[in-house]
Design a protein around this ligand. Structure first.
Ligand SMILES: Cc1cc2nc3c(=O)[nH]c(=O)nc-3n(C[C@H](O)[C@H](O)[C@H](O)COP(=O)(O)OP(=O)(O)OC[C@H]3O[C@@H](n4cnc5c(N)ncnc54)[C@H](O)[C@@H]3O)c2cc1C
Ligand SMILES: NC(=O)c1ccc[n+]([C@@H]2O[C@H](COP(=O)([O-])OP(=O)(O)OC[C@H]3O[C@@H](n4cnc5c(N)ncnc54)[C@H](OP(=O)(O)O)[C@@H]3O)[C@@H](O)[C@H]2O)c1
Length: 266
């Protein structure tokens, strides 16, 4: 009875925090601009509770008595400093305010992270495919900075789809993994609106279909050997789920194991 009551209080607290988070103060310690409108904010936010790499936090900016908040994947593991990889949506409500902030400015961040887009909730396999478009790369950066993916998968392939070469953030960090883990880590970048040496041309689902992704990765993407995480543009998620379905792959659920785990940004 007591257990039931405390569980229901816990569930109620969890629900309330999703709707109305408890806010913590955060100060911008670094604003890195990758290209105009594409940036990483590093926040000093020591009051944020521990979370799993891949989870998201709400960020909020208050003007007058109006608070605007949105969810953002944390691009770093838990620590005093937290990174967020953000794109300016010009007619958006929050991102123009975030883009306008500078080092030393303050904002608010939710105390507790949420979401189940984590390696703990993903199936084990030989190959881990981390597929993203745009800022959907963020949760993978957090995961790769922890021992977890390296301990649980033989091979890790990061696929990052973007419009232009200048949108390809975190390249240096990931090239570092390629050197550190030769044969075990592969970064594949794909551009859709220009051609550039060292990158594939085209959208990720088309590159799976025409065989270029697997050729570049040097490994097959099959239900028997792969776990696929998908993050970013919802159209990419839908197209990929369809293509992976043709390979007998389906969404992973605790009670019905599959191979695909998704994070939909809008
Ligand atoms: C779980 C989760 C995690 C997220 N993590 C990130 C993140 O790490 N980085 C990030 O930049 N955004 C992320 N987003 C999106 C973010 O929450 C906001 O929707 C986005 O920043 C736009 O906010 P806005 O108020 O400026 O625009 P809004 O007024 O809310 O307009 C939203 C519209 O902007 C477009 N849009 C939203 N997000 C993106 C995006 N990332 N790339 C391209 N177009 C977009 C879509 O057309 C969407 O309908 C995440 C969303 C979810 C649900
Ligand atoms: N430098 C920047 O990135 C930047 C800077 C300032 C503002 N913005 C604004 O931010 C917003 C988001 O731009 P974004 O480029 O970050 O994100 P995006 O529009 O989601 O595009 C990211 C990548 O996803 C691809 N994509 C779209 N649909 C797909 C699908 N069904 N399957 C596979 N791939 C798919 C895009 O290809 P396609 O090119 O074929 O669509 C592109 O390569 C836009 O409003 C943009 O104007 C961007």
């Amino acid at each position: 009875m007591g257990g039931c009551l405390s569980l229901s209080i816990c569930m109620e607290t969890y629900r309330k925090e999703q709707i109305m988070p408890k806010w913590c103060p955060a100060t911008i310690v670094e604003k890195k601009i990758w290209t105009d409108g594409l940036f990483t904010l590093t926040l000093n936010a020591p009051d944020v509770s521990p979370f799993e790499p891949g989870q998201f936090l709400q960020l909020a900016v208050t003007e007058g008595d109006e608070r605007t908040n949105r969810p953002y994947s944390v691009a770093s593991p838990h620590g005093d400093h937290l990174e967020f990889f953000i794109v300016l949506v010009e007619d958006g409500q929050l991102t123009p305010k975030l883009w306008g902030l500078s080092e030393g400015d303050t904002l608010e961040v939710a105390e507790r992270a949420a979401g189940s887009f984590t390696l703990k909730k993903s199936p084990r396999s030989d190959v881990l495919w981390l597929l993203s478009t745009g800022t959907g790369l963020a949760p993978y950066i957090a995961m790769l900075r922890t021992p977890e993916p390296w301990e649980n998968y033989d091979k890790i392939c990061v696929i990052h789809g973007a419009r232009h070469k200048t949108d390809l953030a975190y390249t240096e960090e990931m090239m570092g993994y390629q050197q550190q883990y030769p044969g075990r880590f592969k970064l594949i970048q794909a551009l859709t609106r220009e051609e550039s040496e060292g990158t594939l041309s085209g959208r990720i689902p088309a590159l799976l279909e025409n065989g270029q992704l697997e050729e570049e990765a040097g490994v097959e993407l099959q239900a028997t050997n792969s776990t696929v995480l998908l993050c970013g543009n919802p159209a990419m998620l839908d197209d990929m789920e369809e293509k992976l379905g043709q390979r007998d792959m389906k969404r992973h659920r605790t009670k019905a194991p599959g191979q695909i785990v998704l994070e939909r940004y809008w």
